[in-house]
Design a protein around this ligand. Structure first.
Ligand SMILES: [Zn+2]
Length: 566
């Protein structure tokens, strides 16, 4: 290589660094890139984190500085993990492009980059994609990819012996990780409160979100291709009572969220948090243990034939569940979600998320009150055929922003905590907000029962409501949930469970109400849900265990029932 000097004399390139080329190590370039990404592509994340913090306060700026530091550290470690002398520049080109596009679409359309968004992108065709590539996108790409890349091309990466390069890299990564952790540690209180209440905000961390989501999609595809969910209950078939049905049957399973038994009016709480249900002929199970203390554990467990009594997370995750089994017997299954999805238990089955535009009066800021789950139920009942299982997944008492879970008309217990940072409220205020949210769940369930009851001439119906886990509200200094089962307090592990059925459903299944009322006073758990639903729907399979069917001893036709036919 030769170059020209200012005097026009040709010199040999023995010293190849010209005045526009600089020499840098992989780590130095990665650090500059990480800081660049943290500052240029994370505006939406930082402004979400800053919400509720006064711009005039010095503490807010320290908080922002800590977050930028943590973002830079995170991205440095990501880059340093895979980059070397040859891969660094192509990698940064990809990351810069992904960052610029993500930042653009997030700012413009409020896009969150998660696995399903990545799937959307991967499945987008050229025509759709080209419609999105407007002039403003090209401008952004030029400024945030073209210019930095032009600079990067002037950098010559320092060459180092392999062993030494690995040693230096390890030290840099360790240092970056420590700086990142220290920065987060310094703002742990506001940051953890922010993340707890804005879990979705993690999808705004750019370009980490793209890398993570792409990795998730690839891992799922590889795992999914290698290992399909194991079929269970392959012998499931309708029981003999199906032939005798004169009317369609609708069973509604409501999966509650974070409702704890300790504050459930029907179970003896001092406050009337369930005034509407108290006026309806429901069966309230007073002593119900949840499978786990988090949605991730309890939800799949609720739909498994063997849950807590021989808990095996991998077996539950890799197998089909209740919905697949009843579906195999001919039950039409439908999952409606007002929360974070069905965690795999409705995979391959009809499911939908409550839509903001489906019930505009009940939805705001991207969230819907649980009554939106009932939207369209009358039409479903009017058109009902055969045997149906409808699952409604509530947002319920999801914290810490309990006050966001109910409309203003349910703010009966006041003053209620109206701050996501629970430490800013008194215990009484926190409990007030929590109880108001329960009061709203009482209303939603009662409304659901009234709707089912208004169609009993045409449809036999039944309801089973059960919460996924409880909640700590400051007892022993604990808040929220998720404690390991072994040490979880009862407030996190005891949940409300309520049953209702139409007269037609009761007489068809031969259920004795008094018998069920007696059963409801004894202990039960999430382990009972799978077998109770099988029993009530009369789905026959070798998986069924009458010992875990709450209705078994009270039903005329139950397999294994000791009751004489009525
Ligand atoms: Zn939950």
């Amino acid at each position: 290589m030769r170059s020209w000097t200012a005097t026009g004399r040709v010199v040999p390139a023995a010293a190849p660094l010209d005045r526009f080329t600089i020499e840098a190590t992989v780590e130095q370039v990665a650090l500059v890139a990480a800081v660049f990404f943290a500052l240029s592509a994370n505006g939406p994340f930082l402004s979400a984190a800053a919400r509720g913090h006064a711009a005039a306060e010095l503490g807010t700026w320290a908080y922002m500085l800590a977050l930028v530091t943590a973002l830079a550290s995170l991205h440095f470690v990501l880059i340093a993990l895979v980059a070397n002398r040859w891969t660094l520049k192509p990698l940064l080109l990809l990351l810069a492009t992904a960052s610029a596009l993500t930042a653009h679409f997030t700012a413009r359309y409020g896009v969150h980059v998660d696995a399903s968004m990545i799937r959307n992108v991967l499945q987008t065709d050229v025509a759709e994609a080209s419609e999105l590539l407007t002039w403003s996108v090209w401008t952004r790409l030029l400024l945030y990819v073209g210019v930095p890349l032009a600079l990067l091309w002037r950098v010559r990466i320092v060459r180092r012996p392999a062993l030494r390069a690995m040693g230096v890299r390890a030290i840099w990564m360790l240092a970056a990780a420590l700086v990142g952790v220290a920065a987060l540690w310094a703002v742990l209180q506001p940051f953890s409160s922010f993340i707890r209440n804005n879990r979705e905000a993690r999808h705004l961390i750019t370009p980490g979100n793209v890398v993570w989501s792409l990795g998730t999609v690839l891992a799922r595809d590889v795992r999914g291709a290698a290992k399909p969910r194991q079929a269970i209950g392959v012998d499931a078939k309708p029981g003999p009572s199906w032939a005798a049905r004169h009317k369609p049957m609708l069973f509604v399973l409501v999966v509650g969220e974070t409702a704890r038994a300790a504050n459930w009016g029907l179970s003896g709480y001092a406050r009337l948090t369930t005034p509407q249900l108290a006026g309806l002929p429901v069966i309230n199970f007073r002593d119900v243990s949840s499978c786990g203390t988090s949605t991730e554990v309890s939800l799949p467990c609720l739909f498994a034939p063997v849950g807590r009594r021989d808990y095996d997370r991998a077996r539950i995750r890799d197998s089909e569940g209740l919905l697949h089994v009843v579906s195999r017997a001919g039950v039409a299954v439908h999952w409606r979600d007002n929360q974070s999805g069905c965690k795999g238990v409705c995979d391959g089955l009809p499911n939908e998320t409550v839509k903001v535009d489906g019930a505009p009066t009940l939805c705001a800021n991207g969230h819907c009150f649980d009554e939106a789950l009932l939207h369209g139920l009358d039409a479903r009942l009017a058109q009902a055929q055969g045997t149906q299982l409808l699952v409604l997944h509530q947002i319920g008492n999801h914290g810490p922003a309990y006050y966001r879970r109910y409309p203003a008309s349910f703010a009966k217990f006041v003053p209620a905590c109206e701050n996501e940072d629970l430490h800013q409220c008194s215990r009484a205020e926190i409990v007030n907000a929590y109880d108001n949210a329960l009061l709203y769940t009482d209303h939603v369930l009662a409304q659901l029962i009234r709707q089912l009851a208004s169609h009993v001439d045409a449809v036999d119906s039944a309801l089973l409501y059960v919460s996924d886990h409880g909640e700590s509200l400051g007892e022993s200094g604990l808040f929220l949930h998720g404690m390991p089962n072994a040490i979880a307090p009862d407030v996190q592990a005891k949940v409300p469970m309520v049953m209702w059925m139409s007269d037609g459903f009761r007489s068809h299944t031969g259920l004795s109400d008094g018998c069920l009322q007696a059963r409801s006073a004894r202990a039960a758990s999430h382990d009972h849900v799978f077998h109770t639903v099988l029993g009530l729907l009369d789905v026959r399979t070798s998986l069924y265990e009458s010992a875990f069917d709450l209705s078994a001893e009270c039903r005329r036709d139950a397999p294994g029932s000791t009751r004489a036919p009525l």
